[in-house]
Design a protein around this ligand. Structure first.
Ligand code: ADP
Ligand code: MG
Length: 349
């Protein structure tokens, strides 16, 4: 499938711009919309015809664009709508209703991945290891459940990119536990989840496709200069603050020292977890690997960052899949899934 496609690149824009706006200025800022820029240049390089549409809180330009330009496929990079991450799934659901092929996760997968308790309940059912956890809706009683042994990590229930996660999120007393849950309720205005802290290495594994499913080699977040006694977790600063990353020697690197049996176990778990979620496009799992070789899924990330420098592209590169090929595969997968869905519908009628 190498034909030239008409692609609509759909992404979040912090300000509503008119249709046809070229985003040249925004895309040239290396700290800002670099993912969109990477994808745009690559799609063009692949020979496709691309139009851009940034959306903030008004959906009508999307309808107009679809009606007037009829894209073959939508490259869906919408992670937020109207500043709300949980509406990411609603955007995908809208594209499903419109029956246009779109890249990335379905609305259902986005829903399951976004809620850190929901996917853990499903993984528990399938005996895929996750940390012990308890979710605290706002307004509910806050206490330390007997099943959770401290230290624990307290996080917003439905957030991403480590927003709300700092070293203070790790609590080792009941008072600190309760205080942090209340902090998330009151200061962030969100529901919270408490998870038992899993001590271990922080691994990232990207899984892609559907029959066949491909697992890319793991990568690891390392903390070279961080004192041993400090928990090594991917806080907001560890992910996004360059000075902090430099100071503590935080970096993401390929993993080269794992025994074959551990590696195979990781691949096996990630494949199963991917299937259990009914994922069919691409996902990145955040894992912790304990000293005893146990693998815990911390969370699945639907539509993980797809810039050249991000985990997914770096992991693909380890398998010999370059960025251009990766982007093309993402596109093709969208079309194949849409065709399969149409065939199924036809077979039924
Ligand atoms: N139960 C846990 N045990 C150990 N570390 C954790 C746990 N939960 C979260 N972390 C650390 O916090 C980071 C962010 O948590 P995560 O649930 O992935 O949230 P986000 O969606 O914001 O990335 C993880 O990558 C990991 O380093
Ligand atoms: Mg994460």
């Amino acid at each position: 499938m190498k034909k030239k496609l008409k692609i609509l690149m759909l992404f979040y824009s912090p300000y509503q711009k008119p249709r046809g706006y070229d985003y040249k200025e925004e895309f040239s800022d290396p700290d800002n919309m670099y993912t969109e820029k990477d994808v745009l240049l690559t799609l063009k390089d692949l020979g496709h015809e691309v139009s851009l549409l940034g959306i903030y809180n008004d959906i009508s330009p999307l309808f107009e664009e679809i009606k007037e330009n009829k894209p073959d496929v939508i490259f869906n990079m919408m992670e937020v709508f109207n500043d709300q991450t949980h509406l990411e799934k609603n955007l995908a659901a809208l594209l499903e209703v419109l029956d246009i092929p779109f890249t990335g996760a379905s609305s259902g997968v986005l829903y399951l991945c976004n809620n850190k308790a929901l996917h853990k309940k499903i993984f528990n059912y399938h005996r895929i290891k996750v940390p012990q956890f308890h979710d605290f809706a706002r307004g509910s009683r806050v206490y330390v459940p007997a099943k959770i042994h401290l230290p624990a990590v307290i996080k917003p229930l439905c957030e991403e990119a480590s927003r709300g996660i700092s070293q203070a999120s790790i609590v080792d007393t009941a008072d600190a536990f309760i205080e942090r849950v209340k902090f998330i309720h009151q200061n962030m205005g969100m529901d919270a989840i408490a998870e038992e802290y899993v001590d271990g290495r922080e691994l990232y594994v990207t899984v892609m496709g559907y029959k066949p499913v491909i697992v890319f080699p793991p990568r690891e977040m390392v903390f070279k200069n961080m004192p041993q006694e400090q928990p090594r977790i991917a806080t907001y600063k560890a992910k996004w603050d360059d000075n902090y990353r430099k100071r503590w020697g935080i970096d993401s690197v390929p993993v080269k020292d794992l025994d074959q049996s551990v590696l195979e176990n990781i691949y096996y778990i990630c494949r199963r977890a991917y299937r259990v979620l009914d994922a069919r496009s691409y996902l990145r799992f955040d894992l912790r690997l304990t000293q005893e070789g146990e693998v815990y899924i911390i969370e699945p990330n639907a539509n993980p960052c797809i810039a050249r420098i991000d985990e997914m592209a770096q992991a693909a590169h380890l398998s010999g899949v370059d960025y251009k090929e990766l982007v093309q595969r993402v596109l093709e997968q969208a079309i194949i899934l849409n065709q399969q869905a149409r065939l199924k519908k036809k077979a039924k009628s």
